[in-house]
Ligand binder design. Structure first.
Ligand code: HEM
Length: 645
């Protein structure tokens, strides 16, 4: 199997980065500009007619995506004026200490800070501080890759100090299990909640624990079997639309087209999440609308905000003085009006029932099978319209780019692994044939499911989860840790590095290699003793879980988090990805149009490509479907019988 180790990560470069956050967690934004040139694609690409940033042409889209990746160069001057005087003083200090060289100066500042100046007392005194030159943070690689090196050097629990803040970085499954499951209610989302609150209000992801308890209990029952049946049909319909669009591009290109598949998956993901969550047809695969524009605007702003330490947008008049804040406000108004309208409509047609009765509805006959319909119709639920809107907004943002990223990286990995690709195709041809894939088909596609798991292992969305301790706690030792554990205090900020866990040499064989079959094989590291149970595929067979998950891996694999605050949309996203890939892979061949290095990797709201996933798409001639082959055999058999008679 091909090593992916540095393929995607290399090839893009040069600009400082800061940590950033997305809907689900911390994004270690590289904030860098790719220096590689776009491959010189000469063949026909599908054209978008608009110059809107939302329905971009491929060239526009690459620029837009990059501008989403790179936090838009310099911040707003007004914002700088409002906030950065102390920062500039610190930089001046850094400059002097660094003898005139800013990078050295930063290194001095960060190193001195790491040695204890300005550090708030939140315990963790026996936690090793990452050794080395913290100017690595201003170097060439994404921050989460720098964290990986420190993890290898310093172990599964270490402290990272920069600016006025100290963060405890956790990359050990024993400690992660403790935080996400065993002592879950001692933690909230900390800095993530501060950033997301203006966008998602008290939606499930940033919600405080009291709000979260009530809303989780209300929203979770909406994801039920009948809902997934209806959703699978919708996934197939939307994926069919994407296929038609690709067909047209291939036909226009005389048999092949170079298409940015990442952009296609973003459109597909938006259409699906709109229909699944509030039965709203964005139609973004084929069109554009002010609402789509506003959604992308808000996503972009969320990403931009996450690259700043200081929430300047909360200052009085920020939305008047800072142009991008004014735009953000306008975008929010457009989305809120749309959501309010949908909520109003759902309320006008409300048919109250108990949760069990709602789950037993005949979803095949419902014109609106969405989550919104379920939530509004549920008897006895007390919630305000604002709360409902926050929940919808949260799911819209949580389920869009994340799923598109999974599809993007799975296709990227398959294109470089012909054996894995051949195995997936054989599976899809044998199971789905020319039909639309169904929910039941997913059960018979184990290898495709593992490919999705493997893509999520290598490219977790997000690569870091954030927590803040609400009270004192003692983190367990984990592998080779202090046997006494690590006492921490209230307010301690924690980064759970999903990237480190997923690529840890202590937890996985050949951690950087794309090898989906690993999820069929048990794996254990005896060094953990009985602290970590290892990866046990058998534990999936007995349960209802179809995809590798955190329980089977005992928290070494946490693409959807784990414990009480685990993602609510995990099955939605995985079913969607399976149906979409089965639909597209059956009909088209996808080859990288340039090299893997040219694809590049960058982080923003998710880990995405730096330059788009440019693929040469051609029609695939699949073998006859099993049904067609069966019919053909029957005909031949009948022919033989007739001849014999
Ligand atoms: C591949 C796609 C997705 C990935 C990788 C993903 C990942 C995650 C992760 C890691 C968390 C936990 C965050 C934390 O613990 O801090 C989370 C939470 C959440 N996700 Fe997803 N997600 C995906 C798709 C979706 C979809 C499609 C929806 C909705 C339809 C959704 C809704 C949510 C919600 C509501 C939460 C908050 C759960 C809670 O706190 O109770 N996600 N997601």
């Amino acid at each position: 199997m091909q090593q992916l180790k540095s393929q995607a990560a290399s090839g893009t470069r040069r600009s400082p980065r800061t940590p950033s956050l997305n809907a689900h967690g911390l994004q270690l934004s590289s904030c860098r500009r790719p220096s590689v040139s776009q491959p010189a694609f000469t063949s026909v690409r599908p054209r978008h007619t608009s110059s809107s940033p939302l329905r971009p042409s491929p060239a526009e889209r690459a620029t837009n995506l990059r501008s989403r990746i790179v936090p838009q160069g310099l911040p707003d001057p007004a914002a700088v004026g409002l906030f950065f005087a102390p920062g500039l003083a610190a930089l001046g200090y850094a400059f002097i200490r660094g003898k005139g060289n800013l990078k050295n100066g930063l290194s001095h500042l960060l190193t001195e800070v790491s040695q204890g100046y300005f550090q708030p007392d939140v315990g963790g005194k026996n936690i090793p501080v990452a050794q080395g030159d913290l100017s690595d943070l201003a170097g060439d690689q994404p921050l989460f890759k720098a964290l990986y090196q420190w993890f290898l050097d310093s172990g599964g629990v270490f402290k990272l100090v920069f600016g006025p803040k100290a963060f405890i970085v956790v990359s050990d499954p024993v400690v992660v299990r403790h935080i996400l499951k065993e002592n879950v209610f001692n933690y909230d989302k900390g800095v993530l909640a501060e950033i997301l609150e203006p966008i998602m209000g008290k939606g499930l992801i940033p919600a405080d624990l009291d709000t979260w308890r009530v809303r989780r209990r209300a929203v979770a029952p909406a994801f039920h079997r009948q809902y997934y049946e209806a959703m699978s049909a919708m996934f197939a319909r939307c994926a069919g639309r994407s296929a038609e669009k690709l067909e047209a591009a291939v036909a226009a290109g005389g048999g092949s087209a170079v298409v940015d598949m990442e952009a296609e998956f973003l459109s597909l993901g938006l259409d699906i999440i709109g229909l699944g969550v509030f039965n709203y047809e964005f139609g973004s695969i084929t069109s554009e609308s002010p609402v789509i524009k506003a959604v992308y605007g808000v996503l972009k702003e969320a990403e931009h905000r996450s690259t700043f330490y200081l929430p300047y947008w909360n200052l009085p008049l920020a939305d008047v003085l800072v142009p991008r804040q004014a735009k953000f406000k306008r975008d929010m108004r457009v989305i809120n009006e749309c959501l309010d309208g949908l909520i109003r409509l759902a309320q006008e047609t409300r048919q109250e029932e108990d949760a069990e009765a709602l789950q037993a509805r005949d979803y095949s006959k419902l014109r609106d099978p969405s989550l919104l319909r379920f939530l509004v119709d549920m008897r006895g639920e007390q919630f305000s319209n604002v709360q409902l809107r926050d929940d919808l907004m949260t799911m819209l943002i949580a389920g869009h780019e994340t799923t598109a990223a999974v599809l993007t990286w799975t296709l990227f990995c398959l294109a470089q692994n012909p054996q894995a690709e051949a195995r997936v195709l054989a599976e899809v041809d044998g199971v789905v044939g020319d039909r639309m894939p169904t929910l039941d088909d997913i059960k018979s596609l184990p290898y495709l499911r593992c490919c999705l798991g493997e893509s999520l292992r290598l490219y977790p969305q997000p690569p870091i989860l954030i927590r803040r301790a609400l009270g004192p706690d003692t983190l367990p030792a984990g592998l080779r840790g202090d046997p006494e554990g690590y006492p921490i205090g209230k307010g301690a900020d924690i980064f759970i590095s999903v990237w480190n866990l997923h690529r840890s040499p202590h937890l996985w064989k050949d951690p950087d290699t794309f090898r989906p079959e690993r999820f069929f094989e048990p794996h254990h590291n005896p060094e953990f003793g009985d602290k970590w149970a290892g990866y046990r595929p058998d534990s999936l067979k007995g349960g209802s879980a179809l995809y590798p998950n955190e329980t089977a891996a005992d928290f070494a694999f946490i693409p959807f988090g784990g414990g009480a605050r685990k993602c609510l949309g995990d099955q939605f996203a995985l079913f969607e990805s399976t149906v979409a890939l089965a639909t597209l892979l059956r009909r088209f061949n996808f080859r990288l149009a340039g090299s893997a290095e040219e694809v590049g990797m960058a982080t923003g709201a998710t880990i995405h490509t730096a330059n788009g996933l440019m693929m040469r798409v051609t029609r695939r001639t699949p073998p006859p479907s099993p049904a067609a082959a069966g019919a053909q055999q029957q005909q031949q058999g009948a022919g033989k019988v007739a001849a014999a008679v």
